[in-house]
Design a protein around this ligand. Structure first.
Ligand code: ADP
Ligand code: MG
Length: 245
């Protein structure tokens, strides 16, 4: 990884949710670095803090403590509008539930993040069309979400996530709503994006999915409990959960 620049630097990140009188430490001192063009899977049981981490990385939420630098800029000091700008320009988000607008065509859905840019409407359409071609959906531009299969919907969501050339692609259980064959298609797309230089961070609880990444971060109770290259994670899992589980 030498020579690659740091995209994400987290230093002792905490996120406390207050529910009534109770405090939930959803992230409890997370420190890590992610370099350009890494392909990282985040794993852990339900409630371990994976989505909280992704929301923070995606600037959808703020830490209760600690420092988060994105492309060398300290996001913790930013105003809400600065943070929204960073989110729009530097983050691509893909969700388990696709989150497409049902009344809009694939093309219009992909165009949405460009609404805040200074592009003309024709440039926006052209960029959105190219993004759809990049994910193999050049023939589906005028289809609405309910006229697309699950895998196609997720590819539209990936095209939308990539439209602003984000520094990081964040995917929270991107194959969680897909059958195994379609999951493989989406993972093949991620692999290609990785090969093209995209930095990817993906949450999953499935070993079949995480093995596509190059590095696996495991979380428990808001803490990172393991962070190793994918080949070594199998050893970790064997040692910590026992064989034949
Ligand atoms: P995961 O994605 O790994 O399942 P989450 O990040 O969603 O875990 O949740 C981590 C912990 O924080 C859990 O205990 C969860 O109940 C709690 N939590 C998540 N979001 C909220 C919220 N908005 N308000 C209160 N507690 C929350
Ligand atoms: Mg989650």
């Amino acid at each position: 990884m030498s020579g690659q620049s740091v995209v994400i630097q987290l230093n002792d990140i905490r996120r406390v949710y207050k529910v009534g009188t109770e405090q939930i430490h959803a992230l409890d001192g997370v420190s890590l670095e992610i370099y350009e063009n890494e392909y990282v899977a985040v794993m852990g049981h339900s409630g371990s803090g994976k989505s909280t981490l992704m929301n923070l990385l995606g600037c959808l939420d703020r830490a209760s403590g600690g420092i988060y630098e994105l492309d060398g800029e300290d996001t913790t000091q930013m105003s809400n509008s600065q943070l929204a700008k960073v989110r729009n320009e530097k983050i691509g988000f893909v969700f388990q539930s696709f989150e497409l607008l049902p009344r809009f065509s694939a093309l219009k859905n992909v165009e949405l993040p460009l609404i805040y840019s200074r592009q003309t409407i024709w440039n926006r359409k052209e960029l959105a069309g190219k993004a759809l071609e990049r994910v193999g959906l050049g023939e589906r531009m005028t289809h609405r979400p309910n006229q697309l299969s699950g895998g196609e919907k997720q590819r539209v969501a990936v095209a939308r996530a990539l439209i602003n050339n984000p520094s990081i692609l964040l995917a929270d259980e991107p194959t969680g709503n897909l059958d195994s064959k379609t999951s493989e298609e989406i993972l093949a797309l991620f692999r290609r994006l990785h090969e093209e230089g995209q930095t990817i961070i993906m949450v999953t609880h499935e070993a079949d999915v995480s093995c596509h990444a190059k590095r696996i971060i495991r979380m428990r109770d808001g803490k990172v409990i393991s962070d190793v290259p994918t080949e070594q994670d199998a050893v970790w899992e064997h040692r910590n959960t026992g064989a034949g589980r």
